[in-house]
Ligand binder design. Structure first.
Ligand SMILES: [Zn+2]
Length: 306
């Protein structure tokens, strides 16, 4: 690759971007779609620097530094701060596009585009239908399925995926050569393919311990637990609902590991059928939560079945 991107993995996708640049066939709107914490925003930031820097991505000039801090006048960033994207936001953005610029491009970054309301999406659609020369939209999404197909059809989607445990494992060993090998093993396992999460674990032991405790809890559910134990756990979990998706994600991960171990010949008392059924139940629970089914109901049904 020509440029040094500050992310690990996604080589094929980054090469595609570099090719667009080299062959002078940039799209006017890109959507980087994939799970959280895999490097979508660093990719967008770097791509903006490559496009705007007068010295071919030097990372030192005022332009590069301003983009790094999200303060560059012609590189607007709409971060996801838990708010939906309303029609007023889109109108403001469109009026910003008509102001003059001294940079090579006017770039608009929208983090988690699925926050857009239907009304705002329709207004945005018009902008996308009539591309303005020199204006580039670089957007991300963790739930692309929520976006209107008409919107998607006007944007070039670049799909990014979680990385393998091995890639993350090697990366941690490279940046923290002195870390205890057992810790490297666990951090890469709990990161579940997300380098951003691995970094959080390395910098915040509390969040690592939180995953470790949850993992033990899930293992206990599978080995031995009474209905009362499980319901009590659900009560605790519902007090902090933001933990529920992590719980389900980790649960799927634990069951997948069991399936692999069993395939390798380890003695595991559950049958393959039971394990695959459980994966199916967990996927269903994740789907229900995504579609606003009551979390308590979903979790109770799930854990009664385990
Ligand atoms: Zn620069």
């Amino acid at each position: 690759m020509k440029y040094k991107w500050p992310v690990i993995g996604h080589v094929k996708q980054l090469e595609e971007l570099e090719q667009d640049l080299a062959q002078d066939r940039l799209g006017h709107a890109y959507l980087f779609a994939g799970p959280s914490q895999i490097g979508k925003m660093p990719i967008v930031r770097t791509f903006s620097q490559i496009l705007q820097c007068p010295n071919n991505f030097c990372r030192e000039c005022p332009t590069c530094r301003q983009i790094e801090k999200g303060q560059h006048i012609d590189t607007m960033v709409l971060r996801d701060e838990g708010e939906s994207l309303k029609i007023e936001d889109i109108r403001e953005l469109i009026s910003h596009l008509s102001t003059t610029t001294s940079s090579p491009y006017k770039i608009v970054t929208i983090q988690n585009l699925e926050r857009i309301t239907n009304e705002a999406a329709n207004a945005f659609l018009k902008t996308l239908e009539e591309p303005i020369p020199g204006v580039l939209f670089l957007m991300t999404s963790i739930q692309k399925q929520r976006l209107l197909p008409t919107l998607i059809s006007r944007i070039r989607t670049i799909s990014l995926h979680a990385l393998s445990d091995t890639v993350i494992h090697d990366y941690i060993r490279e940046i923290r050569p002195n870390l205890d090998p057992k810790m490297v093993e666990m951090v890469s396992a709990y990161a579940m393919g997300k380098p951003g999460r691995a970094m959080v674990f390395l910098n915040d032991p509390d969040s690592f311990r939180f995953y470790q405790d949850m993992h033990h809890q899930i293992a206990k559910f599978l080995e031995r637990s009474t209905k009362t134990d499980r319901m009590m756990y659900v009560e605790g979990l519902l007090k902090e609902p933001e933990r529920v998706p992590i719980f389900l994600e980790l649960f799927v991960y634990v069951v997948r590991r069991l399936i692999f171990k069993k395939m390798e010949g380890a003695e595991i008392s559950c049958s393959f059928e039971d394990l695959f059924n459980l994966i199916h139940r967990l996927d269903q629970a994740r789907f229900e939560l995504d579609h606003n089914v009551n979390a308590r109901l979903t979790l109770e049904n799930l854990l009664l079945d385990v």
